[in-house]
Design a protein around this ligand. Structure first.
Ligand code: TUI
Length: 314
């Protein structure tokens, strides 16, 4: 049994979060993860408030357990979604892709547990001062929008910089990664890519197949020139995006190339034009399973790795 202070803080059985993945992490997936004892998280992504409210209602109808909503702060609908989570009294809000300062007091007053993603020590210190309940230290091995540092160097430095519980994210797909995260000082983990192939994850079958077939070098990072690097599977679209970055096209045109491509991948499985976000662990994800089984397997593996760790001490 893997248990940590995070479980008591949030009322969950296992210290495992399912990452909020835009157009992917819906009410059904979040409920399946929460029913499995982890923390399911609905992704607001670039969607409007009504969509997020609908997904919250679906999750509430499928689980009595706590779940969260991830707010992507670059979204034009971030203000609207920030109000929705307050009105719906969701248990947990995680934030990503920006600085959550302007919403913190409002969410705290509403009794919401606020857990920002921090890509750096300075952001960890800032949200600690603002009253965050925990932080997610997400390394650049992750899929989607990524920071500069790897999980291996970010997690211990964030742990040294804050007394808050730290959840490690980026590059974790199995019990070895979970055990390593605990050794770095984290008390929980967040996984995205492994949950892409959860049975309850409703993405297009092409997306699942691409993850299951991926190898260690299957991902590429684009968007560095625009100041928001994004990791995705290598596909005709992501290779084209990568090349365009080094061409003479304007930032506006480059930005425009990415619009709507996440939805094309998730809903249509469009192998040519879709953007299939995934972390570097894609090559470690080998089978489709129910979300609850993923969580159980992950924690059992981590426990056995941690129990064996004393072999190194002579
Ligand atoms: O947010 C993510 N991953 C995402 S969001 C997303 S949707 C998207 N679509 C188009 C362009 C960009 C994103 C896909 N994947 N992960 C959490 C995360 N947050 N990673 C890094 C950060 C982060 C970066 C900077 C958090 C705070 C931050 O602060 C900068 C500042 O000082 O404001």
């Amino acid at each position: 049994m893997m248990k940590s202070k995070l479980c008591d803080l949030l009322g969950i059985t296992y210290p495992v979060f399912q990452g909020g993945m835009a157009w992917i992490s819906d009410g059904k997936l979040a409920a399946a993860v929460s029913n499995g004892g982890g923390l399911g998280i609905i992704a607001a992504g670039n969607a409007p408030g009504d969509y997020v409210r609908e997904q919250i209602c679906i999750a509430k109808s499928l689980t009595p357990k706590p779940f969260g909503v991830n707010i992507m702060l670059l979204s034009p609908f971030a203000d609207e979604v920030a109000q929705v989570v307050k009105e719906e009294k969701v248990a947990v809000v995680t934030t990503g892709a920006g600085n959550p300062t302007k919403y913190m007091a409002m969410w705290k007053e509403a009794g919401i547990r606020v857990i920002p993603v921090v890509p750096s020590v300075s952001m960890a210190k800032l949200v600690t001062r603002l009253g965050a309940d925990a932080v997610i230290a997400e390394g650049g091995e992750s899929g989607g929008h990524i920071g500069e540092l790897t999980t291996m160097v970010l997690v211990p430095q964030v742990c040294d910089a804050t007394d808050l519980p730290v959840i490690a994210a980026g590059g974790i797909a199995d019990g070895r990664g979970m055990a390593a995260s605990f050794m770095l000082g984290a008390c929980g983990v967040q996984l995205g890519t492994r949950f892409l192939v959860a049975e309850e994850c409703g993405i297009h079958p092409n997306y699942k197949q691409k993850i299951l077939k991926a190898n260690d070098l299957a991902t590429i990072t684009t968007g560095k020139r625009l100041g928001h690097p994004v990791r995705a599977l290598k596909t005709p679209f992501s290779r084209e995006m990568f090349q365009a970055e080094y061409s003479s096209i304007s930032d506006e045109e480059l930005e425009e190339m990415g619009v709507g491509k996440l939805m094309l991948a998730a809903r249509e499985g469009d192998l040519q034009k879709g953007s299939f976000l995934a972390g570097q662990v894609a090559g470690m994800v080998h089978k489709e399973q129910p979300a609850a089984e993923i969580i159980r397997e992950l924690c059992e593996e981590a426990q056995s790795v941690l129990e064996g760790a004393s072999q190194w001490v002579k």
